[in-house]
Design a binder for this molecule. Structure first.
Ligand SMILES: Cc1cc2nc3c(=O)[nH]c(=O)nc-3n(C[C@H](O)[C@H](O)[C@H](O)COP(=O)(O)O)c2cc1C
Length: 218
């Protein structure tokens, strides 16, 4: 029988090549540094650099997490989109706090963003919805994300019905499609080091308009 533990031990980790980064010259707020790191990942063909793990809190206090896509970073915060009636939507309406975790493997970089979450204006959610491909809009119009699927054939029928509606009315918007904004109060930048002296730079919002920057032990 395969010894899973030794197979896993043989798998290399932190195989990326970290770019030059001098925390002493980091900006006073995390937002420009995040954009800098994200665009570096985009420009260096890191696969799916906008994918991030969104962690939320269930009603019973236990954590829950899933991967989704970062849509934008505005002066308000990190934006992602989903359905308000999904599990994550329900968890966010019950406990409006979350963490977003990015990992750009090829660069040996991780970013953790923590803060409160609020739904954006309905017009912004609608704009985000209309920018999605037809298939994604039809899927969202079924309004069933995270519901129990009793018969897989139900998906095809429901999507076909919504695609027909969209053909007749291209401006249709799924009522529960929501653009969320995570307003960060803590952001940590982590960069791997071949000698295991991984670099950690944490920003903490300690006053409404002031971020404290501090290095952390790896
Ligand atoms: C790479 C990737 C990107 C995804 N992007 C989104 C997204 O932008 N919005 C979304 O609702 N789900 C997205 N998903 C699906 C979610 O991971 C998840 O399955 C779904 O949102 C239901 O989660 P929930 O039951 O916790 O609400 C994505 C999954 C992957 C793997």
């Amino acid at each position: 029988m395969t010894d899973l533990r030794s197979r896993l031990r043989a798998v290399p980790t932190l195989t990326g090549t970290p770019p030059t980064f001098d925390p002493a010259h980091a900006p006073e707020t995390p937002h420009p540094l995040f954009v800098d790191w994200l665009l570096y990942a985009v420009d260096h063909q890191v696969p799916e650099p906008c994918a991030a793990t969104l962690s939320t809190v269930r009603a019973d206090g236990r954590p829950n997490a899933r991967v989704l896509i970062l849509k934008d970073l505005t002066t308000d915060g990190w934006q992602f989109a989903s359905t308000a009636t999904s599990r994550k939507g329900e968890e966010l309406s019950n406990t409006p706090y979350a963490a977003l975790t990015f990992y750009w493997i090829a660069l040996g970089r991780q970013v953790r963003v923590l803060g409160s979450v609020e739904p954006a204006d309905p017009e912004d959610s609608a704009r985000d919805f209309l920018a999605r491909p037809v298939a994604a809009r039809a899927e969202a119009l079924t309004g069933r994300q995270s519901a129990v699927l009793n018969d897989p054939a139900d998906i095809g029928a429901a999507v076909a019905e919504q695609t027909e509606r969209l053909t007749a009315e291209p401006g249709l918007i799924a009522p529960d499609w929501t653009l969320y904004t995570l307003r960060a109060d803590e952001v940590e930048f982590w960069q791997a080091d071949p000698d295991r002296r991984h670099l950690r730079l944490r920003y903490r919002l300690d006053h409404p308009d002031h971020w404290t920057k501090e290095r952390l032990w790896p």
